[in-house]
Design a protein around this ligand. Structure first.
Ligand code: HEC
Length: 286
């Protein structure tokens, strides 16, 4: 039975600048969510100082703020050194700066408990969630997606290559990375499936791939938008304990999709409905 593809998603382009709402009522810009949120949260110290503290130091000094992100110093004896954020554009840093100043207005710092900095971290155990961290066997600009459910399925999506890299099972932990000042990788659970290359559209290998951005849907899971040559792809992840489903809508002139069939890993993909405008890839847990 063919199911309708979420074509209205195509109308949501320009998502690179999409905003995510926060409980504060100030919109959280995506560059912040992707690059800073793993370590900086609103009102208490985590891996790095709180946004309240950053705002106190840098309010009215956007240029000094920018300078720090390019070449962070070493100030706080009990904290790791912040990695350079030189890969984030000046414009995005400016957007982040404006957000930090606005979001911290009238907010006061909470004392954080000592010990494991993740004890207070709401982002590290909640499912579903999407997190930017430093992961093994993928590019530096990858996102970790924790799916809902007891099975603790996760996937890692590379925003440079614009494709899924692998699926794991278990809890993610980026404390090894943080504790070692970036000299170790976060652990991501037990590997269930690795995708060596894009399983569809293999004729496009030598075409330019461009990441346009992502957004978080109401179920807490992401939609990635990217182009390969002239063709636009909108890839929505849904999932549960039993399966991960990638719904891919396509816009622009294209040849028929070329799908390479599965290996025998526990979560090998199965191609679902395939048509001119899109298709689904399902990874089912047996
Ligand atoms: C991997 C963790 C991590 C990430 C990611 C991170 N920071 Fe930091 N940041 C830190 C730590 C740790 C410190 C404190 C370093 C110190 O005092 O030596 C810090 C300190 C800062 C400071 C305070 C500098 C000062 O003068 O005291 C600013 C501003 C800052 N970060 C901005 C950012 C921005 C903007 C981003 C995202 C583009 C970001 N950070 C991403 C860990 C991180």
């Amino acid at each position: 039975m063919p199911r309708p593809l979420p074509l209205p998603l195509l109308a949501t382009l320009g998502l690179a600048t999409a905003l995510i709402s926060t409980s504060q009522g100030v919109e959280e810009p995506q560059p912040f969510a992707i690059n800073c949120k793993a370590c900086h949260i609103l009102d208490q110290a985590l891996v790095g100082p709180s946004l309240v503290e950053l705002s106190k130091i840098y309010k009215g000094k956007p240029e000094e703020f920018l300078k720090w992100t390019r070449a962070p110093g070493k100030k706080r004896p009990k904290m790791i050194q912040m990695p350079s954020m030189a890969h984030v554009s000046d414009q995005d840093i400016n957007t982040i700066y404006t957000y930090i100043v606005a979001a911290t207005k009238g907010v006061t710092e909470k004392k954080s408990k000592n010990g494991d900095p993740f004890a207070n971290h709401p982002h590290t155990t909640r499912r579903p969630r999407v997190q930017r961290t430093f992961l093994p066997n993928t590019g530096p600009a990858s996102l970790y997606v924790a799916l809902p459910g007891e099975a603790k399925l996760n996937l890692v999506w590379d925003t440079t290559l614009c494709r899924l890299r692998y699926i794991t099972e278990g809890e993610h932990d980026d404390w090894p990375y943080l504790r070692s000042n970036g000299n170790a990788f976060a652990t991501v659970g037990k590997s269930l499936y690795t995708e060596e290359k894009r399983p569809f559209f293999s004729t496009s290998e030598d075409q330019t791939t461009t990441f346009k951005g992502y957004r978080i849907n109401s179920d807490g899971l992401p939609t990635f938008i990217y182009t390969i040559g002239p063709i636009e792809f909108v890839e929505t992840i849904t999932g549960s304990d039993k399966a991960i489903i990638r719904t891919i809508s396509i816009k622009g002139d294209h040849e028929l999709i070329d799908f390479e069939t599965a290996t025998s890993a526990p979560l090998s993909p199965v191609l679902g409905l395939s048509g001119k405008d899109g298709f689904t890839i399902t990874h089912t847990k047996k």
